[in-house]
Design a protein around this ligand. Structure first.
Ligand code: GDP
Length: 531
């Protein structure tokens, strides 16, 4: 085990960390951007599959067959790379139509988010859902308008949409010269430079970037440059300038334009991350007291990955370091149970190439093997006890009744459901009316049902049937309202086993609104991540 770093060393390491996620709608270019970011970095330590798409890196796991068959990524991993003396941790949010709670939970582990928008499509539904979590957690957001090499919307129109949908004031850092699809470069409003973009054949390698003087821009780009100049003057007039305090306070979002596919604007994004994105800051514990970065080690489990290796039936817990110096081999305390937790098998790399990690600092992501007792939201610490607040459960939108196929397997069924509930794989809702043998499973994305079905059969020997219910939204309610809601058509109240919250389910928004109109005093509070 390495010796413990001093407080000053820990602070210096923390200051050079940038821990972030890319939030986007499928197809906006997240995988392309991830690869482009890594391409610019000098040292890359890969922690798991970036994306499970065919031909790209895969991960070995039996239940991830579902994932492989569909060519999508269910699980999140972290990518680490160094750039300009800074250590980046890019925590992957599975960006497919098949959402899961993990997609949201990884946002508990980051200090900043890059919102990637397709220039032709603007703010799409999944981007909005993820943005809502950033808003709730007050995570600063940098916006990257991607695919500017293809026909798309007007830049000013996109700014309007970003402002209207997110409520953040967009402050362009770069401004495009030439419309989407006829792109000549950007004016860098912060660095006061004009960068010419030269398309490379094939587009797979770095775009050629060269600097122009305003006179050269005028001569070479003519009307396109004059138009960009006018728009930039307009931005200055309306005060769309970057303000670091507002950005960190989640009131504004710096905006960059580019094309991940040809690497244009990618280095500028990394520079913006270094210069603007916040480093790790002290995390509040359950009592609201911040744990200083230089305090002894503390970490938050934000994701638990089961059965990455079918031969061992192991579990890896992904831990975000919140304070202190993590040294492999140290014995930590698991706050939920008070039991010791040995870290002999800490890893920085998952999937096929597992590599050992010996040291980690605030902002880093560490994978702990044999983490059977750890759950998402758990705290690990050394020294003075600390517990971080649990990661909230999100608003489920898909519901199904689970039943054991064989009555002889009732016990295994019950145990399996309880286990997956505790792991946070799915939310489990129960009511007296439905009984113990027919719990309602509630998911953020339908893929979670397949995972539950697969794991119950493979790990607990319990084959199940799933009957989808036609509810699509949930609200938090109380006992008094529950009684009256029970008499309504198109609504049902159940208890969520994780936190004993009463959830009212509705077939659709229209149904809920009409019940609300008839009974205005009912308690129907939005759950987190509602839009
Ligand atoms: P993801 O689903 O968000 O991970 O999106 P991908 O990275 O897989 O990209 C979706 C599609 O958009 C792919 O065909 C990419 O080649 C393409 N793409 C991504 N970025 C750009 C870009 O900047 N310009 C163009 N023209 N295509 C892009």
């Amino acid at each position: 085990m390495t010796t413990a770093a001093t407080g000053d060393d820990i602070m210096a390491e923390a200051r050079r960390r940038r821990t972030f996620a890319v939030i986007s709608h499928p197809d906006a270019g997240k995988s392309t951007m991830t690869e482009a970011l890594a391409l610019h970095a000098s040292a890359i330590i890969e922690a798991g599959a970036v994306h499970g798409k065919a031909g790209r890196r895969g991960v070995t796991s039996d239940w991830m067959e579902i994932e492989r068959a569909r060519g999508i990524s269910i699980t999140s991993a972290a990518l680490r790379f160094e750039y300009r003396g800074h250590m980046f941790n890019l925590v992957d949010t599975p960006g497919h139509a098949d959402f899961s709670e993990d997609t949201y939970r990884v946002l508990a582990a980051v200090d900043c988010a890059v919102m990637l928008i397709d220039a032709a499509k603007g703010m799409e539904p999944q981007t909005m859902k993820l943005f809502e979590v950033c808003r709730h957690r007050r995570i600063p957001v940098i916006t990257f308008v991607n695919k500017w090499d293809r026909p798309g919307r007007e830049a000013l129109e996109l700014l309007d949409e970003i402002e209207q949908r997110t409520g953040l004031r967009p402050t362009p850092i770069t401004w495009p010269v030439g419309i989407a699809g006829d792109f000549h470069g950007v004016a860098d409003r912060l660095e006061d430079r004009i960068i010419r973009y030269v398309r490379t054949p094939g587009g797979a390698t770095k775009a050629l970037e060269s600097e122009l003087t305003p006179a050269q821009a005028e001569a070479e780009l003519g009307d396109d440059w004059r138009r960009a100049e006018e728009e930039i003057a307009l931005l200055a007039e309306i005060g769309a300038d970057h303000d670091q305090k507002e950005f960190e306070a989640h009131q504004s979002t710096p905006v960059l334009f580019g094309a991940a596919l040809s690497n244009f604007g990618v280095a500028r994004l990394l520079d913006a991350m270094v210069d603007l994105a916040p480093p790790p800051s002290p995390r509040d514990d359950v009592a609201g007291a911040p744990r200083p970065l230089a305090a002894p080690f503390s970490g938050l489990v934000f994701k638990v990955q089961a059965n990455m290796d079918p031969a061992h039936r192991d579990r890896i817990a992904f831990v975000r370091v919140c304070s202190g110096h993590f040294r492999r081999g140290m014995v930590l305390t698991h706050a939920a149970t008070g039991r010791p937790f040995a870290t002999k098998y800490a890893q920085a790399v998952f999937g096929q190439d597992r590599a050992t990690i010996d040291d980690a600092f605030p902002g880093d992501v560490v994978g702990l093997v044999n983490a059977g007792a750890l759950r998402p939201g758990d705290t690990l610490y050394e020294g003075p006890a600390v517990t971080f607040p649990p990661i909230p459960s999100f608003a489920p939108e898909h519901f199904a009744v689970a039943r054991s196929r064989s009555s002889g397997k009732a016990k295994q069924f019950r145990r399996g459901i309880d286990q997956l509930d505790a792991e946070g794989v799915i939310q489990v809702l129960r009511s007296d009316l439905r009984g113990d043998q027919a719990p309602v499973l509630a998911a953020v994305g339908p893929m979670q049902f397949e995972v539950v079905q697969h794991r119950l059969a493979a790990e607990f020997g319990a084959e199940i049937t799933l009957d989808r219910l036609d509810y699509t939204l949930a609200r938090r309610t109380d006992a008094a309202s529950a009684e009256r809601l029970a008499r309504q058509r198109g609504a049902e109240v159940l208890t969520r086993s994780g936190d004993q919250a009463l959830l009212a389910l509705f077939t659709d928004r229209w149904r809920m609104n009409s019940i609300k109109a008839d009974h205005p005093d009912l308690l129907l509070a939005p759950l987190i991540a509602d839009t």
